[in-house]
Design a protein around this ligand. Structure first.
Ligand code: SF4
Length: 418
């Protein structure tokens, strides 16, 4: 594993195109105190490794352009030939017919800069670069393992739990994760809205279904939408009387932290209570850029949570997970879920046995702050929802006493009678 990139904070920071003052300035300044100039209001940092990557592959590009999220999207790697330009691809990465499964390649220059160009086993690289193993389909694998299409009363909306709805507002992401549960719908052109018309049926359904009190905006990645569409969506939802809260699921602060501009934060801040859950995979994602993005969101009063997919050889050990959870808490992100990897087609090289997840929870609970211990869940195949899994702390009942095993494996009893 490479050193956390946060250790190599650059001594420079650079003007970003968006020039409104950010929220949470005090927190932002504290990040910038890690070696950055004090005039921090309008700037966005660039970590040392990313600077080196930029100098090597984009020498003529200004930092202003580099820090533009539009520039990052426009210059993302989308083909094998582009990947080959940045990375020494291994035999497994270069498959014979050069055709991965349906999910295309897309990686921002920023996220590419965090990868080891010479090591195909680098954890961030394994998440995004297709390998030949994707072509092997196990018998248990299906394209919509969560059965979302069967629980979709109108297009782009999943209504599984009575009081919550999942609103899939776009199929587009800044970078495509090879293990994505929604591989069957992300990256489809038809799922990338060009106008608000695309959402009307789902909005109408939410308006007419009074038991829905909580809407999760997901996709694809909602924060890849333009500011005006995000404003429209949030305004539409928050003006529905029975909607009590909205959550956004995103990986933008990780793969495109430049997206968290002051103007976006200003829009998000208008809508409360709004929660943001960020998809993190590995401690190396906690760069100074991502910390800045989280700081801006948290500084605006938006509670942040994390979601992490358990991935074989990437984050499936206690130390990596513990470091990730600690780094998240330092960035004001509350660890929320570790997901067992869903059995999408071609995912066997990512999936761990369920015991591995239990071992990780056992290695966290009692060994670190309770705040650093997320829920380990399996999103049950066929649409049964999230089912939490816990190591065997409860050992049964004897003579009115509950028998309990603590984090060290010692047995205790609790008198469970009046
Ligand atoms: S960011 Fe989320 S929705 Fe997009 S490809 Fe990754 S896992 Fe899938």
């Amino acid at each position: 594993m490479n050193e956390p990139i946060t250790a190599g904070v650059t001594s420079k920071s650079f003007e970003e195109p968006d020039s409104e003052p950010p929220s949470g300035r005090a927190a932002e300044q504290s990040i910038n105190q890690q070696g950055l100039p004090s005039e921090t209001r309008f700037i966005f940092p660039v970590n040392r490794r990313t600077q080196e990557f930029k100098e090597k592959f984009f020498p003529g590009i200004s930092f202003k352009d580099w820090n533009s999220w539009h520039w990052q999207l426009k210059n993302s790697a989308r083909s094998y030939s582009e990947l080959e330009h940045y990375l020494n691809l291994s035999g497994d990465e270069l498959f014979k017919n050069n055709r991965p499964k349906s999910l295309p390649v897309r990686i921002t220059p920023y996220y590419l800069s965090l990868m080891d160009g010479d090591d195909a086993n680098h954890p961030l690289r394994r998440c995004m670069v297709p390998v030949e193993k994707e072509l092997y389909i196990s018998a248990c694998e299906i394209s919509d393992p969560l059965g979302e299409e069967n629980q979709s009363p109108v297009p782009n909306l999943v209504h599984r739990y009575p009081d919550r709805a999942l609103f899939l507002v776009t199929g587009f992401c800044a970078a495509y994760c090879r293990y994505c549960t929604r591989t069957h719908m992300v990256a489809e052109k038809a799922k990338s809205p060009l106008s608000t018309h695309y959402w009307q049926e789902a909005l109408e359904y939410i308006r007419n279904t009074k038991q829905i009190r909580d809407v999760i905006i997901s996709g694809g990645d909602p924060l890849t939408l333009p500011d005006s569409l995000i404003d429209y969506l949030l305004n539409s939802l928050f003006t529905i009387p029975h909607i009590e809260m909205v959550r956004i699921g995103t990986k933008a602060p990780v793969v495109l932290p430049q997206r968290i501009t002051p103007s976006l934060v200003k829009i998000l801040k208008k809508y409360q209570p709004l929660y943001i859950n960020i998809h993190f995979t590995h401690p190396e994602e906690l760069t100074i850029e991502t910390k800045m993005a989280c700081s801006r969101l948290a500084g605006a009063g938006i509670p942040l949570g994390s979601q992490t997919v358990l991935l074989k050889g990437i984050n499936d050990d206690v130390e990596t997970m513990k470091t990730l959870m600690h780094e998240l808490l330092k960035a004001r992100v509350r660890p929320y879920y570790i997901y067992q990897c869903d059995p999408i087609p071609g995912s066997s090289h990512f999936r761990t046995p369920v015991e591995k997840g239990l071992e990780i929870i056992q290695g966290l609970r009692g060994h670190t702050s309770g705040l650093a211990v997320p829920h380990y869940v399996i999103d049950s195949p066929g649409g049964g929802g999230k089912i939490p899994l816990l190591p065997e702390y409860y050992q049964g009942k004897k003579n009115g006493n509950v028998i309990l095993k603590n984090f060290e494996g010692k047995i205790y009893t609790y008198p469970d009678y009046q």
